[in-house]
Structure formats: structure tokens, C-alpha cells
Design a protein around this ligand. Structure first.
Ligand code: ATP
Length: 237
């Protein structure tokens, strides 16, 4: 397993937001974590990314424990988070935003190749290369955030709610590109989403999270066929 999360538990003061989560991501897989608002999905990603420290449990990334490490160190090892709500640098150009992702890299030729690569995945970022990122649409800013994360050479890309605030068409486009990134580079993906339909359609493996716990785990195809999950997360039928 590339990522193996064992009994991970995170508290905010007296509130247990994540109550012993077990989850794994195999090499090259797209893993979707679904759940309602407040289920603990953001807490899971922030704990894995080193933004918050867990109270107990383990997160093994490529065999090494990463729980409780600093966010910079976790990212350096290749576990990279695209946080909810995008966070581009509004007064920097699109190009400079991308370069910020690559700040810790010394392999300049590979960085140039990766810039060309993300511009192929996101042609709109090439068109807007010299514009301030703050002037882009929400969808384009999400593209910048994903592309910038790719520039930091992730082995596992964690995406927090990439569909937030995007139209259905743009959401499908973004998930199509996430798959393309995996297909062309082998980068594994852990994505948390409230939009269950789109996440189940594009993911390989899925987990359902409720009130800080994992309540179901299966292939996305199998989860999609389950009656109770269709009713709770896919609008019935
Ligand atoms: P959302 O889709 O709204 O981000 P989520 O599934 O990602 O939901 P979390 O944001 O992880 O859920 O929140 C899990 C629980 O922890 C919720 O009950 C939330 O109110 C609580 N919580 C989150 N952040 C904090 C915080 N900084 N302080 C106290 N409680 C928090």
C-alpha cells in the first residue's frame, strides 16, 4: 500500500472529529472519500497533510510514519494537499503560481517539462499564463491549484472538495483531468467530495464517512450499486 491509515483519530479541543479511521490507497489508484458536510473529510486530509496533529493512530506513507510531521516535510515526501477553496496567490501571474509549487525542486529541466505538461492538461492556464490568478474564474483557479500541486512532484495527490462551487460541466472536466493525470503519470489520488455521483463515477475505490467514522468501503462500482448508498448519497433510485 502506498498510504495506510490505521485507527487515526483527531480532536478539536473536546470534539472528536475523526474517530479511528482506517483507509488505504494502493499505487496508482483514485480513492474517493464521500460524506455529508461535517463528516470529517477535511479533518482527514488535513491530518494526513500535517496541518493538524492526530491524537492517536498511524499514517504510513510508503512504509514510513508521517502522522504528526510538519506539512512541509509531508509534502516533500510526495503527499501533497490541494486544500478546499483553492487558495491561489491572487497578485501573482498564473505562471508564478505554478512556479511556487516547484520552489523546493532543483531539477529545473524536469520543472519546465512539468509546466508544459500541466499546460497540456489545462490549456486555459496556458492562455492565461501572464494574467493575475485572482482575475480567473473559480474553475480556472481550481485548475491553478491542482496544477501547482502537480508542480511539487506529488506521488499521492490529495484533493479537498475539488467540485466546490463549480458547474456540473466544469466538475466533470476537472475529474476527467484528474484521471488523465493518474493515467499518464501514475500519481495516486485521494479525493474527498460531497458530490458523490461524480466522485463514484471517476474513482476506483471508495469510502463513505459519517460522523468521523468510515461506515462503508468498496470499489466505487460496487458502492454505486448499493441501495442504501444510492438513497443516501445519489438521490435515490
Ligand atoms: P465539510 O464538507 O464541511 O468540509 P467535512 O466532512 O470536511 O465537512 P470537517 O470539516 O472535517 O468535515 O469537520 C468534522 C467535524 O469537526 C465537524 O463536526 C466540524 O464542526 C468539526 N470541526 C471542524 N473544524 C473544527 C475546528 N477548527 N474547531 C472545532 N471543530 C471543528
Amino acid at each position: 500500500m502506498m498510504l495506510d491509515v490505521q485507527n487515526l483519530e483527531t480532536w478539536y479541543g473536546p470534539i472528536a472529529a475523526m474517530k479511528g479511521v482506517n483507509l488505504s490507497v494502493a499505487e496508482g489508484r483514485i480513492v474517493a472519500v464521500l460524506g455529508a458536510n461535517g463528516a470529517g473529510k477535511t479533518t482527514l486530509l488535513n491530518t494526513l497533510a500535517g496541518v493538524i496533529d492526530p491524537f492517536k493512530g498511524k499514517a504510513l506513507f510508503q512504509g514510513a510514519e508521517v502522522q504528526g510531521l510538519d506539512a512541509d516535510e509531508v509534502a516533500r515526501r510526495g503527499l501533497v494537499l490541494v486544500p478546499e477553496g483553492r487558495h491561489v496567490y491572487p497578485f501573482l501571474s498564473v505562471r508564478d503560481n505554478l512556479m511556487m509549487g516547484a520552489y523546493a525542486r532543483k531539477d529545473r529541466d524536469a520543472v519546465a517539462r512539468d509546466i508544459a505538461r500541466v499546460q497540456e492538461w489545462f490549456p486555459r492556464l496556458k492562455e492565461r499564463d501572464s494574467q493575475h490568478a485572482g482575475l480567473l474564474s473559480g474553475g480556472e483557479q481550481q485548475m491553478v491549484a491542482i496544477a501547482r500541486a502537480y508542480l511539487s512532484a506529488p506521488k499521492l495527490l490529495m484533493l479537498d472538495e475539488p467540485s466546490l462551487g463549480l458547474s456540473p460541466m466544469l466538475t466533470t472536466e476537472i475529474f476527467g483531468i484528474i484521471r488523465r493525470i493518474r493515467d499518464e503519470t501514475g500519481t495516486a489520488v485521494l479525493v474527498v467530495e460531497q458530490n458523490a455521483a461524480v466522485a463514484l463515477a471517476h474513482g476506483d475505490d471508495g469510502y463513505i464517512m459519517e460522523l468521523g467514522r468510515i461506515v462503508a468501503a468498496d470499489s466505487c462500482a460496487a458502492l454505486t450499486r448499493k441501495e442504501d448508498i444510492r438513497e443516501a448519497y445519489l438521490g435515490g433510485g
